[in-house]
Design a protein around this ligand. Structure first.
Ligand code: ATR
Length: 287
């Protein structure tokens, strides 16, 4: 629809930003709800990120998503931050408040959990420990969300063990009652025993990357398997898990669900994630 002079404006800020699927996603919701609003990509170089974020209220924007490499800078530039953004040390969602101040939030972990809950409705946090593969920014979001949800313990496995140790030590400050046990990458197959959830946050299995080398033989049949990779939708890990009869959850929904809080705050309408949105987005997911 065409915009009026009162249109609500939000953006995604990145460098580069051309790969971002967020304009397609928010554009779908805006169109579906018939909202007088728009969501635009803004390519902002690192040296300009602070000024660009501080300009959001001055330009009358409702807020923005922030993507690589600006997530840490976005947290720094905001006036306020949610607890979950502070725990992450990074923001992906900025909301301009009525007084012109900016609140930084991080909805990546929320998106992960909402996707997991909708794809595996029988999974409960209390079901048992979760194995998390990888120790980058994505793993941080996943672990925070799982511990907030009440998962009793995390087994963290990463090719570079020191990185996993550093992440575990840092997160232990926020979650002292729930252990984050770092295991040997070479032992990853045996460490699957007794776990209720397996999450891949590494880039292995992504289009153009080799498959994750992992036999699921030791994983209890009741365990849920999820991958944050969504290109391809069915990664070799999910394929193997499906063949073994595990409940599997693909990574596309994490992208869709993490966008919901921002849309609600900026445009005043609660968007839903459904099959129509998934198939719309799949049309743009590059392979
Ligand atoms: P993000 O912040 O998006 O999570 P990242 O910081 O690049 O991305 O992390 C990628 C993850 O994939 C890391 O855990 C990485 O392991 P290292 O810390 O050892 O680099 C993991 N990864 C990448 N290539 C891998 C490979 N060939 N085998 C195992 N893990 C791999």
């Amino acid at each position: 629809m065409s915009l009026s002079g009162k249109a609500k404006v939000a953006a995604v800020i990145g460098w580069p930003v051309s790969h971002s699927l967020s304009p397609r996603l928010h554009g779908f919701w805006l169109e579906r709800a018939g909202i007088d609003g728009t969501y635009i990509p803004l390519a902002v170089a690192p040296e300009n990120i602070h000024d660009a974020i501080r300009a959001l209220p001055k330009l009358g924007l409702r807020g923005a998503n922030v993507t690589v490499p600006h997530k840490e800078a976005a947290l720094q530039a905001a006036d306020h931050a949610t607890d979950r953004a502070r725990r992450m040390g990074a923001a992906n969602t900025l909301v301009v408040n009525a007084d012109g101040s900016i609140t930084a939030d991080n909805t990546d972990g929320y998106g992960f959990l909402e996707n997991l809950r909708s794809g595996a409705p029988d999974w409960t946090a209390a079901a048992g420990p979760a194995v998390v593969l990888g120790a980058g920014g994505a793993a941080r979001g996943v672990i925070c969300a799982l511990l907030e949800a009440g998962v009793p313990a995390i087994r963290l496995l990463n090719r570079t063990r020191a990185r996993a140790e550093a992440l575990a030590a840092d997160l232990a400050r926020h979650f002292p009652a729930q252990p984050i046990e770092v295991g040997e990458w070479e032992q990853r197959e045996t460490l699957l025993a007794g776990s209720a959830l397996l999450v891949n946050t590494t880039t292995q299995g992504m289009h153009g990357q080799p498959a994750l080398e992992l036999s699921l033989a030791a994983l209890p049949p009741s365990a849920v398997v999820t991958d944050i990779v969504y290109v391809p939708l069915l990664t070799p890990l999910l394929e193997q898990a499906k063949q073994r009869g595990h409940v599997i959850v693909d990574g596309l929904g994490m992208l869709l669900h993490q966008a919901r809080p921002g849309f609600t705050a900026w445009f005043g309408s609660e968007p839903i994630v459904d099959e129509a949105l998934r198939s719309h987005m799949l049309g743009f997911v590059g392979r």
